[in-house]
Design a protein around this ligand. Structure first.
Ligand code: F6R
Length: 240
């Protein structure tokens, strides 16, 4: 595991942007595994800036997102599809057919999981971007998810529903289920880039880096990934 500690969120975003920008320059047809949430927002802004300056293009890139809420259409303002479009895809030259996000509104959710898993067999991310939950989740792989898991339907824990309710008008509106890439698929990415900032993440980062590798902290499996970069701010690194 390579750990880069930055002063704050802005520097974390800059360090992460450098990694993705150099990947796209080196390999314009990269497969980028993407995440939603607050952690990558600054990074996405910097990628848009780099695209507008002509430094990078997404025209040949493919993207695979980690997860999506069940029951929300892409037009729903809290869906992860909406998040990705408003915060990145609508501002760069990615081709719509190269964007892949699990369909949380699919009628047959198990068929959707199987088809997303098949897609991931074909499109292995060159870089998989991850945030981390305060309980150590990655994607929506909550504590005690199987390390061998592939794309599946999950029931969200109360702590995740509570963490995510800040973005909804009311906690009752937060979906209770999601589709997520499984841990085995995350681990099959060629490289991992995990971002974390703030004291709320410090305990999860401690367990990820120094804890026992255990399904009780899903991110701890990253200790076994041969090419894993953690880019975290001082507050998230405080317990290391
Ligand atoms: C998002 C995702 C989640 C988040 C995690 C951290 O697609 O899969 O695992 O990365 O919950 O969220 P933030 O960045 O909002 O703290």
């Amino acid at each position: 595991m390579k750990i880069t500690v930055t002063k704050d969120y802005d520097d974390m975003s800059k360090a992460a942007a450098e990694i993705i920008i150099s990947q796209l320059k080196k390999k314009p047809d990269s497969v980028l595994g993407l995440a939603t949430g607050t952690s990558p927002l600054g990074l996405y802004k910097l990628l848009i800036e780099a695209y507008k300056k002509g430094e990078i293009s997404f025209a040949q890139a493919q993207t695979v997102n980690l997860d999506e809420y069940v029951g929300l259409k892409p037009s729903h303002s809290q869906s992860y599809a909406y998040f990705m479009h408003t915060n990145l895809f609508d501002h760069v030259d990615i081709l719509p057919q190269n964007v892949h996000i699990p369909q949380g509104f699919a009628e047959n959710l198990s068929a959707e999981c199987a088809s997303y898993s098949k897609l991931l067999g074909r499109l292995k991310p060159d870089i998989q971007l991850l945030g981390i939950g305060s309980n150590g989740h990655i994607g929506f792989n909550e504590p005690n998810s199987a390390f061998s898991g592939t794309t599946h339907l999950v029931n969200l824990t109360e702590s995740t529903v509570k963490d995510n309710s800040r973005l909804f008008d009311d906690i009752s509106q937060v979906p209770r289920q999601a589709i997520t890439m499984g841990i085995a698929e995350i681990m099959s990415a060629k490289s991992i880039l995990l971002l974390a900032n703030g004291t709320k993440k410090a305990q999860a980062i401690l367990k990820t880096v120094k804890g026992e590798i255990s399904e009780s902290c899903p991110a701890s499996i990253l200790q076994r990934h041969p090419n894993c970069n953690l880019v975290i701010d001082e507050a998230a690194a405080a317990l290391l």
